[in-house]
Each structure stands twice: as C-alpha cells, then as structure tokens.
Design a protein around this ligand. Structure first.
Ligand code: PMP
Length: 351
C-alpha cells in the first residue's frame, strides 16, 4: 500500500526450508552440524544482566580477538550483524545507480537483492561452461566487484595471484572477496590487504564457527577502507552487533582450535560425500566449501530433492537456468552423510 513503486518488484530471497530439528537432517543451508564451543554459553549468559545497557558500538573485544587471531591491526577489522550486513554496507558505501557492481552469473543470491534494493545495476559475468571463474573477465573492469571465494554454490576457488591481479587492475574500485567458506580448504586473501588498498575480505561466524543464529560477520581491509565502512555502519545501524553476539564471537575465537578441528571433520565428510555421490552416479564438483554441488543421473534434481525430503533429509535446489539439474548438499556429520547415502540407495531402488 505504501511501499514505493521502485521496491515493488524486489525479488524474494528464498531461504532454505527452515524446519528446526524435528527429525530433519538439514543439509540445505550450509550451517555447521556442530554446536558452539563450551565457552560461548557462559560468555553469553554473563551478558544477560547487562542487557539494559547498550552494547559497545566499536565491538572492541571482538575486534581485538579477531585482530590477534589473524595477525592484523585492530583498525583493519570491522564487525557486523552477519556478513550479509557487512556486504550490504559495502554495496551502500561503494556503489549506486551510477556505479554498478560486477559479479558472476552464478553466485550467492543475496547480492542480487542488495543491489536491487539500492538501485545498483549489476553486470553479471558468466562463469565458464564448467562453472569455473575466469579472472581475466574482471581485469580492468572499472567497477566494484564481488564474489565468494570459494564461490557458492559451486565450491570452486581461484588462487590468490588471480585475486591480486583483479585488485591491481581496478585500483579505483573495491574488490569484495566474500570468504564465507574459506575455512574449509581455500586460501584466504587476507595476506593481500597490505598491498591492495582496494581489497575487502568478508568473513562470517555462520559456517565454520557454528553460529549462524548469532549473526556475526567481520571484515578485513586496510584501515582507510574499514573507516569508510564504519562511516556507513555509524549512519545505518551503529549497535548492530548485539551484546550476546559480541560475547559469543569473542569467546569462540579464544577456543578456535575446537572450530578448526570441526572444519577438518567436515572436510573429511565432504571427501567421503563426493566419493559416495560419484559412486551413486552423480556428477560432483570438487568443492572447497562445506557443501557439494552435484548432478544426479538417475532422476531430476527437483524430484530427488522432493524424495529426500520425504525421507527427512533437506537439500537445496534452484529452479534456475544453468543450475536446475544440480543439488547443493551441505556437509553435515559423517553419520548424516551416511544417512544421505542410504536414502539415495533406497530412492534409486538399489538397496
Ligand atoms: N556469503 C555467502 C557466500 C553465503 O553463502 C552466506 C550465507 N548463506 C553469506 C554470505 C551470509 O552469511 P551470514 O550473513 O550468515 O554471515
């Protein structure tokens, strides 16, 4: 009724089905199957009595913990309410109707929505036929660029030297590398921020650190670029990282070995899942994320998704050009992936 005309055609983001627990194995939203580390509950509980007071807008403790963990200065770190918020701030800061954003045609779906809501035109650059990203397409493009590395939902990463080339060839524009999935085996571009003043690395606690529901994102860049993002955060939502989130994130970083061990388990389960699906006749991309992108041969991806759901297993499917033959399957525990194996055997009638 009151919504501006220009917002009426905003596409809906379709999240993965959200059945909580209730017997479902959730392999559809790239969450972690493991709970947060033991120190997180105590740290969050300690904040409860202080909820009457505003949280620290500078996220001092969390940023300090992250700076120490990653060997950067505190003013090279920003925290946000999930990496989605940080990405939104970056879009708001660096692009508008006269300053488009370049990105791959197959990638994380929220970039489209952020851009649509802000009136930012997108230049979608097709991935190669085999879903790999050709970095040469981004050289000297003269636009803000964003993509995840590894990309979603393919799981393919490009090497650091290619990221460096893209950054160096677009000195007037920001290159946003979304490292939501970097802890599962890809190389972080963090070491490039010293030499690339236009590079922004975006990270999250939602995948490798088991806290999608806490909404904690963070970013690394040179201090000047971080200060520019803080200008936006200050104007839009200064207190966006709650007391509980700041405490949870800080406690988690102090127990980081726990999360890195879980990442190793997930990588093992990913290798198992890739082999298993190939044995079941799927085409499977070699993913560096906590998910695999796989094309079944025995039936359509949409039909298999529906049949898995009937057996209590949720996976992700997009009814979109280029990807509708594929399912994106999040890597859970080994036990969950064995349950997936058994369910597929049953569905394909081989059990
Ligand atoms: N980037 C990518 C590539 C993602 O897949 C996701 C989550 N699905 C996000 C960012 C957002 O993560 P969050 O806001 O939970 O940090």
């Amino acid at each position: 009724m009151f919504l501006l005309e220009k917002h009426r055609s905003l596409p809906a983001y379709v999240p993965g089905d959200h059945e909580e627990g209730e017997g479902f194995i959730r392999l559809n939203t790239n969450e972690s199957p493991y709970p947060p580390s033991p120190g997180v509950a105590a740290a969050v509980a300690k904040e409860i009595s202080k909820l009457g007071y505003y949280n620290d807008p500078d996220c001092t403790q969390l940023r300090r913990a992250l700076a120490q963990r990653y060997g950067v200065a505190e003013n090279q770190v920003i925290a946000a309410n999930g990496s989605d918020e940080l990405l939104y701030f970056a879009f708001l800061a660096f692009a508008d109707s006269g300053h488009p954003i370049a990105l791959p045609d197959i990638t994380y779906g929220y970039y489209d929505l952020f851009a649509a809501s802000l009136g930012i035109p997108l230049e979608k650059i097709p991935l190669r036929e085999d879903f790999t990203l050709d970095y040469k397409n981004y050289l000297g493009i003269g636009k803000t660029i964003v993509f995840p590395n590894p990309n979603a939902p393919t799981g393919y990463a490009i090497p650091l030297w290619q990221i460096r080339e893209i950054a160096k060839s677009n000195p007037q524009n920001v290159l946003i590398i979304d490292e939501a999935y970097v802890d599962f085996g890809a190389e972080s571009a963090l070491q490039l921020i010293g030499e690339c003043e236009n590079l922004l690395i975006v990270r999250t606690f939602s995948k490798s650190r088991s806290m999608a529901g806490a909404r904690i994102g963070f970013g690394f860049a040179q201090a000047g670029l971080i200060a520019e993002l803080e200008t936006i955060r200050n104007a839009v939502n200064l207190y966006s990282v709650s007391r509980m989130a700041q405490a949870a994130g800080t406690a988690a970083i102090l127990e980081d070995d726990y999360y890195m061990d879980n990442c190793r388990r997930i990588v093992e389960a990913r290798d198992y899942t890739t082999r298993m699906l190939r044995e079941q006749g799927f085409e499977v991309l070699d993913s560096l994320g906590n998910f695999v992108f796989a094309k079944p041969s025995a039936m359509s991806a949409a039909a298999l998704k529906a049949q898995l759901r009937e057996r209590g297993i949720l996976v992700r499917h997009w009814n979109q050009e280029r990807v509708r033959d594929y399912l994106r399957i999040t890597i859970g525990t080994m036990q969950e992936m064995q349950a997936l194996d058994a369910a597929i055997e049953m569905i394909f009638g081989r059990a």
